[in-house]
Design a protein around this ligand. Structure first.
Ligand code: MG
Length: 657
């Protein structure tokens, strides 16, 4: 049985060699051959190098706690290098409220679940040794509601953080009066809503000073660092804040009662004048509105509602959900002068200083509620600020920054190039999957050319961040009917297109999953070995174990010729070795076969011909004026002779000219 398999494998290998010529190494004199050095240039890396997008919490777990971590990434740098990565986009690494990290509690921190600052420094250093840059995901539209900035803005008694968020006592009136800068003049937001500050936060945990003015029937509460007091057992006024939680006030002057204590209540507090009875008006409370620190608050013994910690303003605005209050940068033309901008820039400086070479900006169309001109102005100020820090710290070339300006179409996204050097091209994938589904390749080069012309209209040195899917989309495999041949074609097209390709964690293995079952199912951990477990604690165990078979693992696909992973590697390495393939300017080559996409890429005297068959047939094409004898890389069945080439189903080939 074993012997038979060996002979069969040899026969298969011979067949493949016949059908698929060995890729060339290039001429010995190196004049027009693969160039191992151009990729090492910072400018090349940023313009056209491959970026791998990974979820830190689910990529690789170094310590077995079920959470992917930064050390796990460092341990797998060889894997990322083998995929041709010149940069890694890390999901948010800061302390945050959720596993995914997009509701940040502290922009200056590294989440303890993911590692330490030392781990990040180590990753940056070791990645740099392989010419791999580190990009951080930076969330500028909103923070988490547990961020100390928001807590101080909403509940604190200092004015310092009040303007960090979009807050109002009367949103309707303030919007009508044009006082809500976040709307940038619009009368309503494009997304999101106002939330009552008190709705999520009625209690409080911390040291407080209570001052009761019995003549005026008011209570004033302030945050305190004074030594807490024990209860006055012979008091006439009592502070009640839960079962078994009642302390007596001290009368410090006539009708003034005070106490300092470590307060902890999930619902607020009441004043009592009796320790034994709630009757006959002995319970004093509020009117249902939240108390503000430092401000005298009227109490009564008729409604006597719980006195809640309602906060400084009645409402705050959030584009996404209640746990993500939108940050406020004031009038957009002067955003860089706002306190929130300056604080976030200081945080970015910390990471740039550590060696971070780029930022991915989340949800940029919502910073000013889908107001393109306002967002573009803001982003330009943000980019210039970070680029100045980058250069001041000796960074080569310009700082890299890519925006998630996820608009309805490419035409609406394109103006964002006036603010940022790079933006995700969601529309590239929308078109590519449509054409693969329809077996129609012969207008794909013109689609790419259209995008490039569109973007160039806004920025001559635009960097088109092309991609298949990301952590917020159904997997490419789902879109392609889990047809592995089509998935390989999509990979080959991505890595032979002009622009800066992004590969999302798991796409290279053919992961499937859709958001309908939960976002976790498109954020599945990498299965490194055939038999190993994946770190799923961060995802609450929401992984598709049926998908995570031994065969889909990195270990299995590395040792299987023609696997999807091997196709990714072959094309990635070709892109990194042949400068025309990466950095070349694209020209369409007309092709009579509707299934075939055909184009050239040319750079510094080097030209390659790129051919992809989007169909299931075997077209034979003869591109006039081009040679097909020097194959650089291929996928599927490719037979070339005398200037013509037969492309098997969903096959791809790149020829040096
Ligand atoms: Mg871990």
């Amino acid at each position: 049985m074993k012997r038979f398999f060996h002979i069969a494998a040899l026969a298969l290998a011979a067949l493949l060699l016949t059908a698929c010529p060995e890729p060339i190494d290039g001429p010995d004199d190196g004049s027009n051959g693969p160039d191992e050095t151009w990729r090492k240039q910072a400018s090349s890396t940023k313009l056209s190098g491959i970026t791998y997008q990974l979820n830190v919490y689910s990529f690789a777990d170094s310590d077995g706690d079920g959470w992917g971590d930064i050390k796990g990434i460092t341990q797998h740098l060889d894997y990322l290098d083998s995929l041709g990565a010149t940069a890694l986009w890390l999901s948010p690494i800061h302390e945050a409220m959720s596993y995914h990290g997009y509701n940040v509690n502290d922009y200056y921190s590294v989440s303890s679940k993911l590692g330490t600052e030392a781990d990040l420094k180590d990753l940056i250093t070791k990645a740099k040794a392989k010419n791999i840059d580190i990009y951080l995901d930076f969330v500028l539209n909103h923070s988490g509601s547990d961020n100390v900035w928001f807590r101080m803005a909403a509940y604190g008694d200092s004015d310092r953080y009040r303007d960090y968020y979009v807050m109002s006592d009367n949103p309707t009136a303030d919007v009508a009066a044009g006082k809500i800068d976040n709307y940038a003049g619009a009368s309503s937001p494009g997304m999101g809503q106002w939330y009552a500050v008190s709705s999520g936060e009625v209690g409080y945990n911390g040291r407080l000073h209570f001052k009761l003015d019995w003549a005026k029937k008011t209570i004033t509460v302030t945050q305190s660092t004074d030594t807490p007091q024990s209860s006055n057992g012979s008091a006439s006024k009592w502070l009640y804040y839960g079962d078994g939680k009642m302390v007596g006030f001290y009368e410090t002057s006539t009708n003034i009662f005070e106490i300092t204590l470590d307060f902890d209540s999930s619902w607020g507090f009441l004043i009592r004048t009796s320790t034994t009875s709630w009757d006959n008006g002995t319970k004093w409370g509020g009117n249902g509105k939240g108390i503000e620190f430092g401000t005298a608050f009227s109490i009564n013994n008729t409604t006597a509602a719980n006195i809640i910690f309602g906060g400084n303003s009645s409402f705050y605005f959030a584009s996404f959900d209640q746990s993500m209050p939108d940050l406020n940068y004031g009038p957009y033309a002067k955003a860089a002068e706002s306190a929130a901008f300056k604080d976030l820039a200081a945080a970015a400086d910390k990471w740039i200083d550590m060696g971070v070479a780029g930022l991915r900006l989340d949800a940029v169309i919502w910073i000013y509620q889908n107001q393109t001109a306002a967002n573009v102005s803001f982003l330009k100020q943000w980019y210039d600020r970070c680029n100045t820090s980058w250069k001041a710290r000796g960074g080569k070339g310009d700082f890299y920054m890519v925006g998630e300006a996820w608009c309805d179409n490419a035409e609406k996204m394109a103006p964002y190039y006036e603010g940022l050097p790079s933006n995700f091209n969601f529309y590239y994938w929308y078109t590519l999957k449509d054409r693969i589904q329809k077996n129609k390749g012969n207008d794909f080069a013109s689609t790419i050319l259209y995008f490039r012309s569109l973007f160039r209209g806004y920025r001559t040195d635009f960097i088109d961040a092309i991609k298949l899917t990301n952590h917020d989309e159904d997997r490419a495999a789902n879109d392609l009917g889990r047809d592995i041949a089509k998935e390989k074609l999509a990979a080959a097209v991505l890595l032979t297109s002009p622009g800066k390709p992004y590969i999302y964690q798991g796409e290279e293995l053919g992961y499937w999953g859709n958001k309908g079952k939960g976002d976790e199912y498109v954020r599945t951990p990498i299965k490194w070995t055939r038999s190993g477990n994946v770190p799923s604690a961060s995802l609450g165990g929401k992984v598709d174990n049926a998908m995570l078979s031994a065969d889909i693992s990195v270990e299995a696909q590395e040792s299987t010729p023609g696997s999807l992973l091997r196709v990714y590697r072959d094309f990635a390495q070709a892109r990194n070795a042949w400068k025309a393939l990466a950095q070349g300017e694209i020209e369409e080559v007309s092709c009579p076969n509707t299934a075939v996409a055909l184009w050239t890429m040319s750079y510094e005297g080097q030209t390659v011909l790129v051919a992809h068959n989007f169909g299931s047939g075997t077209p034979v094409i003869t591109p006039t004026g081009y040679t097909t004898d020097k194959l650089i890389v291929s996928n599927g069945t490719v037979t070339a002779s005398n200037g013509s080439v037969a492309l098997g189903a969903y096959a791809s080939a790149v020829f040096l000219q």
